[in-house]
Design a protein around this ligand. Structure first.
Ligand code: DGJ
Length: 312
């Protein structure tokens, strides 16, 4: 089964698939894809799939009318701004808290009018695709927090986000229940203005991919690796061409199958003029022994979720 990059993708009902700036987790043998949908009163949609090719719409898991509830973190619970308009919810990522049996979503929050809030927000749900309860937005330790991602490492997880007007990248260790940051674990790329962070671990190394900050326009992607997450990431190398094949990272999908494990770069090909015309590209990542990573541009990607094999 294969996907065709850069085309409009449809769910199994034939509707356009909206999961921009998203994230995929696997739970109970099923993949769940979360991402932005800015239509109507929607913020985050969820789709599920067993083969990574056919996606079934599950729910508008976070909307402007979602239930709100205080958590122990003092936060702004508003899902609409003072004028009643929608806020901006960007780059939603979800992890499962095994102890609590709960799904926890982290995302980037703005007030829908400008980009000055630069806040992180949290929502939870007992099921992967139910109605998430919104616990509000806040600035971790008073810091700005824009493009973000989550990364699970063993039994702990990290939240990464672009800070100081995108100048620096921050990485926070999350508390065990994923509901708050525990400490700023690392701060790196001082003044390098990277956004759209996406992480993956392969063998003994952690790899991070990111873009430069040029709004919706694509730019040169870069990557870096480290053998210890809390050391942060150092020098970056370029990946793909000067526009990362017209894409910006959303996340890295690790497909662990019966025969092999494959790594897929999932990128957004944004349409800055017509957001909902934005597309997805899924490109294979090849890791060399020497630490080099290659992003392979392809029109079609064949995926066998059972064996883990991909082909292009
Ligand atoms: C680039 C970011 O990566 C996107 O998530 C979005 O915030 C756009 N900028 C908005 O211009």
């Amino acid at each position: 089964m294969k996907i065709t990059n850069g085309t409009i993708w449809r769910d199994t009902d034939g509707n356009v698939l909206h999961a921009h700036g998203g994230y995929i987790i696997k739970h109970g043998g099923v993949y769940y894809w979360y991402g932005e949908n800015r239509l109507e009163n929607f913020y985050v949609d969820c789709y599920c799939s067993e083969d990574l090719v056919n996606w079934t719409f599950r729910n508008h898991v976070l909307t402007a009318d979602s239930r709100t509830e205080n958590s122990r973190v003092r936060a702004d619970l508003r899902l609409r701004n003072e004028e009643g308009g929608k806020v901006n919810i960007e780059r939603p990522k979800v992890l499962y808290d095994r102890k609590a049996g709960r799904f926890v979503m982290w995302m980037h929050y703005e007030n829908g009018k400008d980009y000055h809030c630069a806040a992180a927000a949290v929502a939870t749900c007992d099921t992967p695709d139910g109605d998430f309860v919104y616990h509000g937005s806040f600035n971790p330790y008073g810091e700005m927090s824009r493009d973000c991602t989550l990364f699970e490492d063993g039994n702990r997880a990290y939240f990464l986000s672009a800070s100081r007007d995108n100048a620096d990248m921050h990485m926070y260790l999350l508390q065990e229940d994923l509901m708050n940051v525990e400490r700023l674990a690392a701060s790196f790329w001082q003044g390098e203005y990277r956004e759209a962070p996406a992480l993956v671990k392969k063998d003994d190394f952690y790899y991070i991919f990111s873009s430069f900050c040029t709004g919706w326009a694509p730019n040169q992607g870069k990557y870096a690796r480290t053998d210890c997450l809390e050391k942060g990431f150092g020098l970056q190398k370029e990946i793909g061409d000067e526009t990362t094949y017209r894409s910006q990272p959303a996340f890295i999908l690790k497909v662990e199958g019966s025969e092999t494990t494959s790594y897929i770069y999932v990128g957004d090909r944004w349409d800055g003029k017509d957001y909902h015309n934005s597309r997805y590209v899924w490109f294979p990542l090849e890791f060399g022994e020497d630490g080099q990573v290659r992003l392979i541009e392809c029109g079609e990607l064949e995926i066998d979720a059972q064996t883990g094999k991909i082909g292009y």
